[in-house]
Ligand binder design. Structure first.
Ligand code: CA
Length: 301
């Protein structure tokens, strides 16, 4: 009888789990047609449709960095109003130039932080987009004080973890901008054969290659692990369809380290253009950014 009861409970649990998964297909955005009012939902931490004001004004930082020896002063961030491109009246347009800015990163802090977080946004890669160095949408759990020790080094488990969902770049057999991967740093990341720690990959299946000159809806979810357990998670959706589900991740060594920052980043150093498919510019557009504690889903009509 006991076995039978246990089996019964197991079936019930599986049933509930399946229902929860199905329920997730309809996210927050389904309740707010065209995202109108979505920013006031209690689960939403941040919303930017770039319709008004200076582009980036809603963010805490818009970091711009010029390349070494840059001679081009062109502003790399502006409002896109071309009706054939913009979503709504305006979108954010970011352009890196080989002789100008090599890095543009929008940062939003979410202090004191969260154990579980979702971010949905739309991105459009331009015709000029070969590949890049790094860049995409990501999260960080950053305790400050040098939590990120630099490329090639694993961070401490009580100070830092990070992942960015970004195109893979020129590596692999993909059209620009490349297939999407999560590029991640955390204390349990794997070293290469020589003892260095380069960003580890979580790779969606099947490969997801954003089509240039087309808006693509991207969403990810992170769940931090319980300290001492390998129960951290990472997920992604393209156009509302699940394409990555990564489990058993030990992101942190203490529950006090929270996901406290999201960003949209783009970087290609001047010397990198040649190996990144040539050209002299990389243009990308962003819009309809929502950060929440629940699944968001694509913008609904
Ligand atoms: Ca817009």
């Amino acid at each position: 009888m006991k076995a039978s009861a246990a089996t019964c409970c197991l079936i019930l649990a599986l049933g509930l789990s399946a229902n929860a998964a199905r329920g997730q297909d309809k996210g927050l955005a389904a309740k707010y047609p065209k995202d109108v009012g979505i920013g006031r939902d209690k689960a939403v931490l941040f919303h930017d449709d770039f319709e008004e004001g200076n582009v980036g004004a809603a963010w805490d930082e818009v970091n711009r960095r010029k390349g070494r020896g840059a001679t081009d002063d062109a502003e790399p961030v502006e409002a896109e109003t071309d009706k054939d491109i913009a979503r709504g009246k305006r979108s954010a347009k970011v352009q890196l130039r080989k002789d100008g800015h090599e890095d543009v990163t929008f940062v939003k802090w979410l202090k004191p932080g969260h154990d579980e977080l979702y971010m949905r946004y739309y991105v459009r890669y331009g015709k000029d987009y070969g590949y890049h160095g790094h860049g995409g949408s990501g999260f960080m759990a950053d305790a400050g004080k040098g939590g990120f020790k630099g490329a090639g080094k694993a961070p401490d488990g009580d100070k830092f973890f990070w992942a960015t969902l970004e195109p893979i770049g020129p590596r692999g057999d993909f059209d620009p901008p490349g297939a999407l991967i999560f590029y991640a740093y955390w204390w349990k990341m794997k070293a290469d054969g020589r003892g260095n720690y380069w960003g580890n990959w979580f790779r969606p299946k099947p490969d997801q290659v954003p089509k240039r000159e087309t808006w693509v809806c991207v969403e990810w979810r992170v769940k931090a692990n319980t300290a001492g357990k390998d129960d951290g998670e990472l997920d992604c959706w393209i156009e509302g369809k699940k394409c990555g589900e990564f489990r058993d991740i030990n992101w942190r060594s203490t529950n006090a380290l929270k996901v406290n920052k999201v960003q949209l980043s783009l970087w290609l150093e001047p010397a990198g253009y040649t190996r990144a498919g040539g050209g002299t510019t990389r243009t990308v557009w962003y819009d309809d950014v929502v950060v929440a504690t629940q699944y968001i889903g694509p913008k609904s009509e």
